[in-house]
Design a binder for this molecule. Structure first.
Ligand SMILES: N[C@@H](CCC(=O)N[C@@H](CS)C(=O)NCC(=O)O)C(=O)O
Length: 233
């Protein structure tokens, strides 16, 4: 029996963050797929927020993808996916926080918002965030390296990439793409897409376009959509 167990869902970008982490580290694990539209009764016992991902290891039950990935980084330090220097570690955490607190709530609200004027405001904010990531984030933090924190792939790359695999759904439903001047982010997406870990759990555009249809027509009523609408996601 594998030491680490992940409760996951194929559609879920947060779970993909942790699946990428397990693959990049080569951590042996077992995966239990949760049908988010029909969660088993026992799921409440392992997931206090009723969300994936959750990781179980011995007596440890850990949820929240960013917390899980740092937990795994501490337990399995090789290969290191965080910089050594405290200042650079802090910078990595700032960008992970930016994803969680700014980018992703706006991303989901652009899908969920049915009012066109409010949606246009959110779309403008999302585009501004993409540029901020390119010019204040990637270009500075990477110090000329191919990945977010430099030479090696790291936690920040794994934290953002799943949403960039889903960009075709954003373009399809909301006509929003990566701005043309975000050239380094565009190259980083291609670089990430060619990694073995990414290929091992990638899905195509059609899968995501189908997966986001209920977000786009406003009928999605899962815990995540409710949290994002309420500003608590
Ligand atoms: N902040 C959480 C978010 C996890 C999350 O929202 N997962 C979604 C799937 S992508 C989920 O399980 N939602 C349950 C539901 O919608 O009912 C994390 O980082 O792990």
């Amino acid at each position: 029996m594998a030491e680490v167990e992940i409760f996951s869902a194929e559609v879920c970008p947060y779970a993909q963050r942790t699946r990428l982490m397990l693959l990049e580290k080569g951590i042996e694990h077992s995966l239990t797929e949760i049908d988010l539209k029909n969660k088993p009764d026992w799921f409440a016992e392992v997931s206090p927020y009723s969300k994936v991902p959750v990781v179980r290891r011995g007596d440890d039950l850990v949820w929240e993808s960013s917390v899980i990935n740092e937990y795994l980084e501490e337990l399995y330090p090789h290969p290191p996916l965080m910089p050594k220097d405290p200042g650079r570690r802090a910078l990595a955490r700032i960008w992970i926080d930016f994803a969680n607190v700014k980018l992703l709530p706006t991303w989901y609200r652009v899908f969920l918002e049915q009012d066109k004027a409010r949606r246009a405001e959110l779309a403008a904010r999302l585009t501004e965030y993409f540029r901020f990531m390119e010019f204040e984030g990637f270009r500075k933090a990477s110090q000329g390296g191919p990945f977010w924190m430099g030479k090696q792939v790291g936690l920040v790359d794994l934290c953002y990439y799943p949403w960039f695999e889903r960009l075709p759904a954003l373009e399809h439903y909301r006509g929003i793409g990566l701005p043309e001047d975000c050239t380094q982010l565009a190259a980083w997406i291609r670089r990430m897409a060619s990694r073995e870990s990414v290929k091992a759990c990638a899905q195509d555009a059609a899968f995501y376009i189908q997966g986001y249809s209920h977000y786009a027509d406003g009928t999605e009523d899962g815990v995540t959509a409710r949290d994002m609408r309420a500003g608590t996601g």
